[in-house]
Design a protein around this ligand. Structure first.
Ligand code: 5GP
Ligand code: ZN
Length: 139
């Protein structure tokens, strides 16, 4: 059993959801507060907090079915595009602390959008952060 995690309970069927897909590794169901009709969440059956707490193997397992589910969401809603969103950590907007992928069907002019406050690098800043990230990946 899973403790208090709501998405563990949904994956187990212990609390109801509008499920659209399941396999041995993942479950997909409608988001209860959709950004658009058909907004779907895909979650691993095994509890993982988020991408920062996820092994490569666990990620492969849960994302194997994503292309199929995404295509079904788009076809079923008549959308022409889709956003894949994954929030990791409270500062990113993660509220439910069980890894999940949002599949959000999109249409031209649907009014959905991000505040995408793009910035720019000061002199030397990009090189410094490039170096720090690359070093992390070497250690
Ligand atoms: P987050 O902000 O953590 O990335 O997104 C969590 C999502 O889970 C939200 O979009 C929210 O509407 C959805 N959600 C929260 N509780 C439930 C629930 O009990 N059932 C379903 N189907 N969705 C939920
Ligand atoms: Zn969980």
């Amino acid at each position: 059993m899973s403790g208090p995690c709501i998405f563990c309970k949904i994956a187990e069927g212990a609390i109801p959801s509008r499920q659209v897909y399941s396999d041995e590794h993942c479950v997909a169901f409608l988001d209860i507060s959709p950004l658009a009709p058909g907004h779907t969440l895909v979650v691993p059956r095994r509890h993982v907090t988020n991408l920062l707490d996820c092994s490569a193997d666990a990620l492969v397992e849960v994302t194997r079915a994503l292309p199929r589910i995404a295509s079904a969401v788009v076809a079923a809603t008549g959308a022409t595009g889709l956003n894949l969103l994954q929030n990791s950590g409270t500062s990113s907007g993660q509220v439910v602390m069980h890894l999940h992928f949002h599949l959000i069907p999109r249409c031209e002019g649907d009014g959905l959008g991000y505040r995408w406050n793009a910035g720019s690098y000061a002199a030397g800043e990009a090189e410094a952060i490039q170096d720090r990230i690359a070093r992390q990946l070497q250690s």
